[in-house]
Design a protein. Structure first.
Length: 173
């Protein structure tokens, strides 16, 4: 019976590698995000170098949005892989992000929701610069979705705070 238990446990532990292709898929997604970034750059500059102020702001917000999305992908790739599959061994490489290897699942959740709120905020700001394209209902919907992300982030942060305080009390006993 002990043999069956040990075999099952080894199999379950090895099953974490099923997640590796998901993270590789996110790396591929990051590559396509780069293609989108380059396409946006080439499209914006295709008419020369004279821009209206609003066009420049919208273009800047689009690039910021794409870079935030790329950052979000990297956070998920690195933290997810390290938390659920295996440690990434880059040694003491000088370019290793300081947070790499230190973000637990709770920290990952907060980084994710923070990034999503930032991306949503940028989309909302872009919408306000070009409100004529949207109906009143669509604008309210965008605001509601953004506020839902903000509220969700606050709730997650509060939950993590309560869990941390509870652990702190238990450890003091």
């Amino acid at each position: 019976m002990k043999f069956i238990e040990e075999t099952l446990e080894k199999l379950m532990f090895a099953s974490r590698w099923i997640m590796a292709p998901f993270y590789f898929g996110l790396v591929i997604c990051l590559f396509f995000l780069l293609i989108t970034f380059v396409r946006e750059l080439s499209y914006f500059f295709s008419d020369g170098f004279v821009f209206a102020e609003t066009e420049m702001i919208l273009f800047s917000l689009t690039l910021i949005d794409l870079s935030f999305t790329g950052n979000l992908l990297l956070i998920v790739i690195f933290s997810g892989y390290e938390n659920f599959v295996s440690k990434i061994d880059v040694g003491d490489h000088e370019d290793k992000p300081s947070w790499m290897g230190t973000v637990d699942f709770s920290g990952l959740k907060l980084k994710l929701i923070s990034s999503i709120v930032a991306i949503s905020g940028i989309h909302l700001l872009k919408l306000f610069f070009d409100m004529s394209k949207y109906t009143k209902e669509e604008i309210y919907l965008f605001i509601t979705v953004h506020l839902t992300f903000v509220f969700s982030g606050l709730i997650l942060a509060c939950m993590d705070y309560v869990v941390a305080k509870t652990k702190e009390k238990i450890e003091k006993k």
